[in-house]
Design a protein around this ligand. Structure first.
Ligand code: MN
Length: 173
């Protein structure tokens, strides 16, 4: 329902793919091509989630994740890292830096969207659940399958607007 997602990605095609995909699922996607602008743009846009490419010129996604997690204003915003390297050490570094989610390129469309939705759900739950409870993020998307996945996209849920009939209460005295 129009949740805001900042997409930081230097590759123009990936940037477009991610944004198109998110918009098709009713998210409001804001593209950022230059990682050096990411923090400033995040503060201005106040996203519900950040999709963060790791391999970028000038500043790496890892550094940006660390900076965001050190920023009181941005630290609560979940980050989903996207990286071309699927090496275990890399995933660990990404998690250590503070990213809540991780998806490897080339992305599976289904997994990408599912991971986004899951992270947003977890973040929403965290806001409502008492701090005492441990909300752990399930480890999805780690094992890679090279099987061709059917690209059945779930239907985009549209909020049903019920038209309520206004009852003209006539309380004539
Ligand atoms: Mn890149």
């Amino acid at each position: 329902m129009g949740q805001k997602i900042l997409v930081v990605e230097d590759n123009e095609l990936n940037l477009k793919l991610f944004c198109d995909l998110l918009r098709a699922h009713s998210y409001e996607a804001e593209p950022v091509r230059d990682g050096r602008e990411a923090l400033e743009r995040a503060r201005a846009f106040a996203p519900d989630l950040v999709v963060m490419d790791i391999q970028m010129p000038h500043i790496s996604g890892l550094e940006l994740i660390e900076q965001m997690k050190a920023d009181p204003e941005l630290r609560a915003t979940p980050i989903m890292a996207v990286t071309a390297y699927a090496a275990r050490g890399d995933e660990e570094r990404i998690r250590d830096a503070g990213a809540e989610g991780y998806v490897s390129k080339p992305i599976s469309v289904i997994r990408f969207v599912e991971a986004v939705r899951q992270l947003l759900e977890d973040a929403a739950a965290r806001e409502h659940v008492s701090v005492a409870e441990d909300v752990s993020v399930p480890e999805t998307g780690y094992e890679q399958s090279d099987q061709t996945e059917s690209l059945d996209l779930p239907p985009v849920e549209e909020p049903e607007v019920e038209e309520s009939e206004e009852e003209g209460k006539d309380e004539g005295g």
